[in-house]
Design a protein around this ligand. Structure first.
Ligand code: ADP
Ligand code: MG
Length: 404
């Protein structure tokens, strides 16, 4: 009692004090950053074992071995024989060209454009970023050329791809010049990453600027259509890439709206937890109202090639999992993906080192744990692969019927 009475009154925190805190936080982060992230090249692509390659090609190891030796007329990379067991290992680029040579996954047909897929949910922490990056990597393992666009000003995808958003990503490197109308399309912003076949458009806190600029511009010029800003900047990149994955912020921001207007398909990661399920119903309400309000009195039309709810961070042993899963199944029967991503310590620990499951090339723990985790992601990638192939077919059908 006495101590409480004697302690000095707390001082209110004024704006100058807030500024000091912000400055301190920034410089502490700058110091920590160099310890957290290795020097360049910060991330290196994994190599793949023959069994992993066999799985991707949907062949067995003996068939891979045959294609590397007697069955090889120079079209298949042979990898390198490693260790005392002389087992084959393939670099990422070798694995990708092997998969392409085997032809397990059809390449984009001539005349078809890249398929845009937004990963969205207005709740944070549901697995948007983890699944965006893994999906982008996974589709390159099928031999596709992929662009990963980060539209979240928090820039976790950019960080996972090996960049430090607020130190290394200038506004000019992000989508913002296209948003400001200084660039006609987004080609200027596509940069290669450490991962072959995967380019990125990084993000930085500069993206918060879109939520001031776009509504002001719209208010000043009623002819302007802010919701078309990203779609109209996509032209050349739809030619250049087979698939464009967009990681979106957990809010209905102006850029998120732009990306929903530009996208062919949506993936909604959803952990089977009560609160996440509840907020998913709000997501669909807001999402539907958005398109309704945009279309009222205007010629705005929007069709999605596909919308998939992918159960993420699934805890099979948790008592509530099956119950919430059954609610989700009843609520969204036509949207629920067949495959689901299990919660795994491996995935969580990998993300603490800025990695996804696909980045791990050496794994010391139990192979069973590793296989379970990677199989889950592979089956999601396979399911999306089907959607992409289907979208390409539809494009060509539409093109032929439009031409008649
Ligand atoms: N399958 C998974 N297993 C374990 N942890 C996961 C899994 N997917 C995501 N996480 C973790 O959950 C947290 C939130 O994921 P994240 O992808 O950043 O979500 P969002 O982008 O929706 O905010 C991260 O710490 C991530 O490592
Ligand atoms: Mg995220």
């Amino acid at each position: 009692m006495a101590i409480r009475e004697l302690s000095p009154p707390r001082v209110a925190i004024d704006i100058d004090r807030l500024m000091e805190i912000a400055d301190r936080a920034q410089s502490t982060l700058a110091k920590l950053r160099d310890d957290l992230l290795e020097p360049w090249p910060r991330k290196t692509p994994p190599s793949l074992t023959a069994s992993r390659l066999a799985k991707l090609c949907k062949l067995d190891r003996a068939q891979i071995n045959y294609l590397c030796t007697r069955g090889n007329k120079g079209e298949y990379p042979t990898g390198t024989l490693k260790g005392s067991s002389r087992s084959r290992e393939f670099t990422l680029a070798e694995a990708q060209s092997f998969v392409r040579a085997v032809g397990t996954y059809k390449t984009r047909p001539p005349g078809a454009k890249g398929i845009v897929i937004c990963v969205g949910n207005f709740k944070g922490g549901v697995g948007k970023t983890t699944n965006s990056v893994a999906l982008a990597q996974g589709l390159t393992l099928h031999g596709h050329k992929v662009l990963l666009m980060d539209l979240d000003p928090q820039a976790s995808t950019t960080t996972l791809m090996g960049y430090v958003p607020d130190a290394e990503v200038t506004e000019e490197m992000t989508v913002m010049p296209a948003v400001y109308g200084e660039q006609p399309d987004l080609s200027y912003a596509c940069i290669p990453s450490y991962w072959e076949g995967l380019d990125i458009i990084p993000s930085s806190p500069a993206l918060f600027g879109a939520d001031y600029y776009l509504p002001n511009k719209q208010a000043a010029d009623p002819q302007y259509e802010f919701w078309r800003v990203l779609d109209s900047a996509m032209g050349p990149i739809r030619e250049k890439y087979d698939v464009i994955i967009i990681d979106t912020p957990p809010t209905l921001s102006y850029l998120a709206i732009g990306s929903f207007m530009a996208t062919d398909g949506m993936i909604i990661p959803l952990p089977p937890e009560t609160l996440d399920y509840a907020s998913s119903t709000q997501f669909f309400r807001q999402f539907a109202e958005l398109f309704k309000s945009l279309s009222e009195g205007r010629s705005v039309e929007k069709q999605f090639g596909f919308i998939k709810i992918v159960l993420s961070k699934v805890k099979p042993a948790a008592a509530t999992t099956d119950v919430v899963k059954s609610w989700i199944q009843q609520t969204y029967p036509e949207l629920l993906a067949r495959s689901e991503v299990l919660e795994s310590d491996l995935v969580m620990n990998a993300s603490a080192e800025f990695k996804t499951i696909y980045d791990l090339h050496t794994y010391e723990g139990s192979m069973r744990t590793y296989n379970r985790a990677i199989d889950a992601f592979d089956s999601v990638v396979d399911e999306i692969e089907n959607e992409v192939q289907n979208a390409w077919k539809l494009q060509l059908v539409k093109e032929n019927s439009d031409g008649e």
